[in-house]
Design a protein around this ligand. Structure first.
Ligand code: CAA
Length: 283
């Protein structure tokens, strides 16, 4: 049996989740981040989540250990090796993403796929910066990655049918449910989700209700697992603001204008769970 392998660039919340999912499905995973502390923290988090799965008797201790062993931390990008799939999951900054994608492209095997987990940057734009735009695709995972079933498979203008087909097969192989859409600002997920979050922030700003009440209404009335403000804290308020700015700029409609309170919170570095303070406190 041949060993399956892949690489993830970025060991943040999304990158570490993607690494865990592939390692649990038997892939040798090469996880790169330029910040050693990020790799260390990712390895610890994955270990904790695997231990929890052992406690809950979902996997055995041996399986947890084998999964952890399949994740290789790689501090230097050029050392990740060659793989049929490389997924980029770094900060939402086109310049940074393009730089890393260009550096990673020689490490994709012939016929392999280079994917981005971007939540809002145009796949067509990123694809235009690499040598094989036909082998480039959006593979958009959702937070928390080990729990959420969806992978939004985003087809850029030049993405080939074969690349889409293979990406769908890979997502299914690792236990996810892929759903395809075309490259357009915010794709489907964030074009629909972010206006709801933004509206909840406007309601808070206007004093329509307290944060807890807004979230409770959406949880109990709409059966959402968490309210929009708690969800914004989970995603990161800076990420929400960035996506809304993309929607506002690229779709050119006032209805996507980011709420001033959201801007203020990002300026104050109240970014949600990651800074331990957003619409709620996480002490
Ligand atoms: N990482 C891994 N697993 C996690 C986790 C995390 N950060 N947070 C929770 N879980 C797991 C728990 O371990 C638990 O698993 P077990 O059943 O094995 O114990 C399971 O999820 C349920 O967790 P809890 O019982 O603690 O809490 P819950 O039932 O309230 O679920 C939740 C938590 C899964 C986060 C749920 O509230 C939920 O689904 N929220 C909505 C999340 C969502 O909408 N995500 C998409 C965000 S948008 C995005 O990511 C993309 C973008 O482009 C912005």
């Amino acid at each position: 049996m041949t060993t399956k392998s892949m690489a993830v660039i970025g060991a943040g919340t999304m990158g570490r989740g993607i690494a865990q999912v592939f390692a649990q499905s038997g892939y040798e995973v090469y996880m790169h981040d330029t910040v050693p502390a990020a790799i260390e923290s990712a390895t610890k988090t994955i270990g904790k989540l695997l231990n929890r799965a052992v406690e809950k008797e979902r996997i055995t201790a041996d399986e947890a250990a084998a999964t952890q062993k399949r994740i290789h931390a790689v501090p230097t990008l050029s050392d990740i090796g060659r793989h049929s799939l490389i997924v980029e999951a770094v900060i939402e900054n086109p310049e940074i993403k393009i730089g890393l994608l260009q550096a990673a492209q020689p490490m994709v095997t012939d016929g392999g796929i280079l994917a981005s987990n971007t939540s809002s940057i145009s796949i067509t734009q990123l694809a235009a910066a690499v040598e094989r735009p036909d082998r480039f695709i959006g593979m958009h995972f959702f937070n928390p990655v080990p729990v959420m079933k969806l992978v939004e498979v985003v087809r850029g203008l030049q993405t080939s049918d074969e690349t889409v087909k293979q990406t769908i097969e890979i997502a299914e192989e690792v236990g996810k449910t892929p759903v395809e859409c075309n490259d357009h600002p915010g794709f489907i997920s964030n074009r629909v989700l972010m206006p709801m979050i933004n509206e909840a922030v406007f309601a808070l700003q206007e004093g329509v209700a307290e944060a807890e009440a807004i979230d409770e209404i959406m949880k109990l009335g709409m059966n959402h697992p968490m309210g929009p403000l708690a969800l914004a804290d989970l995603i990161g308020l800076d990420v929400c603001l960035f996506i809304l700015e993309v929607l506002h700029r690229d779709l050119g409609e006032d209805r996507y204008r980011p709420c001033p309170l959201l801007r203020k919170m990002v300026m104050a570095k109240r970014l949600g769970r990651k800074s331990k303070h957003g619409f709620y406190r996480y002490d």
